[in-house]
Design a protein around this ligand. Sequence first.
Ligand code: HEC
Length: 189
Amino acid sequence: MSSEHPEEIVEYERADGADRDGIVEEDNPIPLWFNVTFAATIVFGVIYIPYYVLTDWSSRGQWEAEVAAAQAQIEQVRAELPTTNPFRGDATAIAEGKGLWDTTCAACHKPDGTGLVGPSVVDPYWKYGDDDPALFETVSAGRPLGMPPWGTQLGATKIWKTLAYMETLPKTDEPGIGSPDHQPAAAIP
Ligand code: HEC
């Protein structure tokens, strides 16, 4: 067979070691840099994987730490909030509060507070309470049935001033528009 097809024999004879169509394979040792890099990845993995898995060092851990810090900050801000309206009876603040009421609240609660889209705030019916912390919470954080949160836009000072003005609106026992459905929360299914 070899004598009949001499050109095929050349393919199987490694006369020069390994020359294939001019591409030469040499038996060089693996370069040091390659072995060092390879070993380094193993060393890195042995350190990194347990560190990542067993400690909370990860983007998730960092996120949780940031959320916890923000939460603590919120608690602190809440703890420092006044529990009574600091502007009650303060004529200048009430005048400023009227401006805020007319521009931000009157559209829904009517300028006289008797209610339109939002309920009356001058009748004796309070769904969320009318003590200062409850009112502040209502205006600052909003309420689910359509009361927007004003905390970021107004800030605490302007909220208190608006409430100081709201208190001065003439009271009425007439349930305003929205008030029948706006009795104590327990009465609403
Ligand atoms: C977009 C319309 C809208 C605007 C603007 C608005 N409110 Fe309201 N407000 C509502 C609605 C609707 C409710 C009822 C929410 C509920 O029952 O969950 C409400 C509820 C309230 C309550 C709670 C009443 C209760 O019985 O507990 C107070 C207090 C209040 N608003 C004050 C304000 C003040 C102060 C402003 C301006 C800073 C304001 N609102 C702006 C729609 C509005």
